[in-house]
Design a binder for this molecule. Structure first.
Ligand code: WT7
Length: 659
C-alpha cells in the first residue's frame, strides 16, 4: 500500500478538459455535471423517477421510487413491471434501428460475424421459446458456463425475456467451483458449449459440467443445453443433454416477454468475499437496468455511430453490464471477442480496433500492462503501427491503474486525444460509481475521479465519520442507488454483515480503502479484506486456502498477494505440510502438485505464483495468522514491522525458499 501512496503523492498531472470532446458530449462541462449531481442531491426520489421514466419502457408504471422501510433491504420502483430484454431489443426495432448492427463477433481465429438488432431479437426469441417449450421460466435459475459468443449474450437475454434468473460462471473456473454455484443457486438448467477456443487452443466446457453435476447435489440440474462451438467430442446423456440448435429449431421469431416486477432477480453473480464461500450477488431488473443504461450513456458518452468494445468476459459483472445489458439498452454497436489479447500476437487489440473502427475501448489495467511489456519485447506490436484514429474514448476497469500505465494508454493508444475514464465499481454496485464524465471531468492519472450524479460516496473512519482530504479510510456509499446489490443469494445475514456493518450506521461498505485529495478526487488504495486482484480478477484468499487445506499433504495454508508489474497482484501461498517442510527438488515437485490442485479446485487463475514452505505459520498470541508480515516476506522485504505480538518471531525465517 505504501508504494501506491508514493505514486499518488508525486502524481500531480491533470489532463483535460478536452474541449473538442466536450463540444459534442452528452454531458458537457462541469456545470452540467454539477447541475445533475445537485438535482440528485436535493431531490433524490424526483431525480430517479425522472430517469426511470425517461430511460426505460415500463409495462406497468411504478408509483413509488424507493422503499427504505426494510433497510438495508431496499427496493426500487417495486410496483412497476417491465421486461429487461424488451428494453434491450424490442425498443430498437420500434425506433428505426432494426437493421443497425448490434454485435460484431470476432472469433479466436479472426472470423467475423455480425448480427443486427432485428436478427439478435429473432435469435433471442427463438431461444426463449425453446426454453419455454422445455417448461422453464420465471422463478427458475439457470447456470451459464459459456465461451464469449453471440450465443452467450443471446442466452442471457433469452433468460431475461422469460424472467428466468441467470447465473453466469466464468469459463476459467473449475468443475468444483461450478458445482458449488449450481448447488447454491439451485439451478434446474445449465447452458454450456462443447468447448471454448482461446489462443488457438480448445478448452473443454461440457466435460467440466458433467463432472460438476456428478458431485453431491449436482442432480438438481435436469437439462444441459449445449452450444456446438468447437465440434469436439463430448460425452452425451440422452435423458439430460440437448443441443442449443435443437431447442431453437422451428421456434417462432417472436416471443411474448414475461413482464416481471422491477425487483425480480435478473441475475445472481458469484464473487469472492472474505470467507471461503463465494457470495451470490443478486441484482434486480428495473434498478439494475436503469443504471446500466444511464452509466453507458454518461460515462462512455454513447452516440448512435459509436462502435463500442468492452473486452471483458460475460462471466464477470463488467460483461453483464457493459456487454449484455447497458450497451444493448443504449442501442450501441459493439464488439464481442472470443479470444485473448496476445493471440496470434500482442497486436491483436490494436488490429481489431483498426479493423472494426472502434470508437470506445474499455479494458483492464492488467491487459494494458501486459501489452506495454509485450510491445517493449517486440516493437512490431506497438500500437503506433496501427491506425487507431477511430478511437475517441478509452476506459479502464477492475483495479487501480498506475499513472505510468495510464499515461502510456493515453499517449500511445489514445494518441493524446482521447479522454481515459478510470471507472471504479464492483459486482455489488451493478454499474459505475466513481468515474469521470469524459466531456466534463478533468482527469488525473491513477484517480477514478468523482462520484457519478446520484451517488453519495465518501471516505470514513471505522465509526463512519467522514475523513478530511489526504486521510486514508473506508470507501462507503451513504445513500442507496438503483443498481445496488439486493441480497446475497440465500443468506440475509451475510448481506447485512458484509455490506452494512452496524458501526457504519446504514452506509454501504465497499471493502476498499481509499482517500480523497483537495479537489475531492478519489484514489483507491486497495482492498481492506483478504481479497486479491489478479489480472483484474477478484479472488478470495480464504477460498484458495480452503482448497489447499483440502489437499491430503497440507496441514495449514495462508494466502497473501504481492505486487506484480503485470497482473497487479500475484498469489503467494505459505504452506505448512503434514510432513516436515520440504526443500529442493521435493519442494518443487510438491509445489507443482499443489498448483495443479488449486487449478482443479478453484480454477487456473487462482494458482499460486510462489509457494513457500515452513513448519509453522506466524500467529498472534490469540492464534490469528499474521498476513501483514507474510506480505512483507512475500515481497522479499526486510521484516521491519513490529513483530512483538508474534508468538515466535523466528518463525518468519523459515520461508526463504520460493517454489
Ligand atoms: C473490486 C471489485 C468493477 C468490475 C470489475 C471488478 C477493484 C474495480 C477499480 C478501479 C481501482 C478498482 C476494487 C473493487 N476495482 N475497479 N477503477 N480502480 N480499483 O469487479 O470483481 O467485483 O471487483 O475491484 O478493489 O472493490 P469485482
Amino acid at each position: 500500500m505504501s508504494s501506491t501512496i508514493n505514486t499518488m503523492l508525486v502524481e500531480e498531472r491533470v489532463f483535460g478538459p478536452f474541449d473538442e470532446f466536450a463540444a459534442n458530449a452528452r454531458i458537457s462541462g462541469m456545470e452540467q455535471y454539477r447541475a445533475l449531481a445537485d438535482e440528485a442531491n436535493q431531490d433524490p426520489e424526483g431525480f430517479w423517477r425522472r430517469m426511470a421514466e425517461s430511460e426505460l419502457v415500463w409495462h406497468k408504471p411504478f408509483t413509488k421510487v424507493l422503499d427504505e422501510s426494510n433497510a438495508p433491504f431496499y427496493t426500487w420502483f417495486e410496483d412497476g413491471e417491465l421486461n429487461v430484454s424488451e428494453n434491450c431489443l424490442d425498443v430498437h426495432l420500434q425506433n428505426g434501428n432494426a437493421d443497425k448492427v448490434a454485435l460484431i463477433f470476432e472469433a479466436d481465429d479472426g472470423k467475423v460475424e455480425t448480427v443486427t438488432y432485428r436478427q439478435l431479437h429473432a435469435r433471442v426469441c427463438r431461444i426463449a421459446n425453446g426454453i419455454r417449450a422445455m417448461g422453464y421460466g420465471k422463478g427458475d435459475r439457470a447456470i451459464l458456463y459459456l465461451p464469449m459468443s453471440i450465443e452467450a449474450v443471446a442466452i442471457m437475454q433469452a433468460c431475461a425475456r422469460l424472467g428466468l434468473t441467470h447465473s453466469v460462471v466464468f469459463g476459467g473456473f473449475s468443475a468444483r467451483s461450478l458445482h458449488q454455484r449450481v448447488v447454491d443457486v439451485g439451478a434446474r438448467l445449465v447452458f454450456t458449449a462443447d468447448a471454448q477456443l482461446r489462443g488457438g487452443r480448445q478448452i473443454p466446457l461440457k466435460s467440466a459440467v458433467d463432472e460438476a453435476l456428478s458431485y453431491e447435489g449436482g442432480d438438481i440440474v435436469e437439462k444441459i443445453v449445449v452450444y456446438k462451438r468447437a465440434g469436439s467430442d463430448i460425452t452425451w446423456n440422452d435423458d439430460r443433454d440437448v443441443w442449443l440448435h435443437d431447442i431453437e429449431e422451428g421456434q417462432p421469431e417472436e416471443c411474448t416477454p414475461e413482464y416481471v416486477g422491477a425487483e425480480h432477480p435478473l441475475f445472481v453473480l458469484y464473487t469472492s468475499g472474505s470467507t471461503g464461500k463465494p457470495k451470490g450477488v443478486q441484482h434486480s431488473s428495473g434498478g439494475y437496468l436503469l443504471w446500466a443504461k444511464l452509466t453507458t450513456n454518461w460515462v462512455f458518452d454513447a452516440k448512435p455511430d459509436d462502435i463500442f468494445w468492452c473486452t471483458a468476459d460475460v462471466g464477470w459483472v463488467t460483461g453483464h453490464t457493459y456487454i449484455t445489458y447497458g450497451s444493448l439498452a443504449a442501442g450501441l454497436t459493439q464488439i464481442v471477442f472470443e479470444g485473448i489479447p496476445t493471440y496470434p500476437n500482442a497486436g491483436r487489440f490494436w488490429e481489431m480496433i483498426q479493423r472494426h473502427k472502434v470508437t470506445i475501448f474499455y479494458t483492464a489495467p492488467t491487459a494494458i500492462r501486459s501489452l506495454i511489456k509485450a510491445s517493449e519485447q517486440n516493437p512490431d506490436h506497438h500500437p503506433r503501427h496501427y491506425d487507431l484514429s477511430s478511437l475517441r474514448l478509452l476506459g479502464s476497469v477492475g483495479e487501480p491503474i498506475n499513472p505510468e500505465a495510464w499515461v502510456w494508454y493515453f499517449e500511445n493508444v489514445g494518441r493524446s486525444r482521447c479522454p481515459v475514464v478510470d471507472t471504479w465499481w464492483q459486482t455489488e454496485t451493478g454499474g459505475h460509481i466513481l468515474a469521470p464524465l469524459p466531456g466534463a471531468t478533468p482527469l488525473k492519472p491513477g484517480s477514478c475521479t468523482l462520484p457519478l450524479p446520484g451517488v453519495d460516496a465518501a471516505v470514513v473512519d471505522e465509526s463512519g465519520n467522514e475523513l478530511p482530504p489526504g486521510a486514508g479510510g473506508l470507501l462507503v456509499i451513504r445513500r442507496p442507488w438503483p443498481s445496488m446489490i439486493r441480497a446475497v443469494w440465500g443468506d440475509e445475514n451475510r448481506y447485512k454483515t458484509s455490506y452494512f456493518p452496524s458501526e457504519l450506521k446504514g452506509m454501504y461498505l465497499a471493502g476498499d480503502n481509499a482517500q480523497r485529495d483537495e479537489d475531492g478526487y478519489f484514489w483507491i488504495l486497495g482492498r481492506t479484506d483478504d481479497v486479491l486482484s489478479v489480472s483484474g480478477h477478484r479472488l478470495g484468499g480464504t477460498e484458495i486456502e480452503s482448497a489447499l487445506v483440502a489437499h491430503e499433504l497440507v496441514a495449514e495454508a495462508a494466502i497473501v498477494g504481492r505486487p506484480d508489474a503485470t497482473t497487479g497482484e500475484a498469489v503467494v501461498a505459505f504452506i505448512m505440510l503434514k510432513q516436515a517442510a520440504p526443500t529442493g527438488e521435493e519442494a518443487q515437485k510438491i509445489a507443482n502438485q499443489l498448483r495443479d490442485w488449486v487449478a482443479q479446485q478453484v480454477g487456473p487463475i487462482a494458482k499460486p505464483r510462489d509457494i513457500r514452505f515452513g513448519n509453522s505459520l506466524p500467529k498472534t498470541r490469540s492464534g490469528k495468522i499474521m498476513r501483514r508480515l507474510l506480505r512483507l516476506v512475500a515481497e522479499g522485504r526486510d521484516i521491519d514491522q513490529d513483530t512483538s505480538t508474534l508468538e515466535n518471531p523466528d518463525v518468519l525465517k523459515q520461508f526463504s525458499g520460493v517454489y
